[in-house]
Design a protein around this ligand. Structure first.
Ligand code: FES
Length: 97
């Protein structure tokens, strides 16, 4: 699984580096380095929904520093096949396909 966190201006101002830090800590603490690739990205075109996070070059989610932990935990569960995130409703809003 590949996760891209936008570090464009709007997302930076809304806390993209804090989101990245939360994701990094989760990945490291669960030894998911081989399963989840975390990357930064320039503008994903969803600035009004910052912080934009794209999963596997498809879905773009709006994630905040407050919802980042829950978001990455759901992705982690998906990685280990326990639960799909696609239909989850948490504090994260899917903003595109
Ligand atoms: S700056 Fe992040 S989506 Fe545009």
């Amino acid at each position: 699984m590949e996760i891209k966190v936008c570090i464009g201006s709007a997302c930076h101002l809304k806390g993209s580096y804090e989101v990245i830090s939360i994701f990094k800590n989760y990945i490291a603490s669960h030894d998911y380095d081989q399963r989840i690739v975390l990357k930064s990205s320039f503008c994903l075109g969803k600035c009004s929904d910052a912080v934009s996070v794209q999963v596997d070059n498809e879905k773009i989610f709006s994630v905040s520093p407050e919802s980042a932990q829950m978001f990455i935990e759901l992705l982690g569960q998906q990685v280990i096949g326990q639960q799909a995130i696609g239909q989850q409703t948490i504090n994260v809003q899917r903003v595109s396909k």
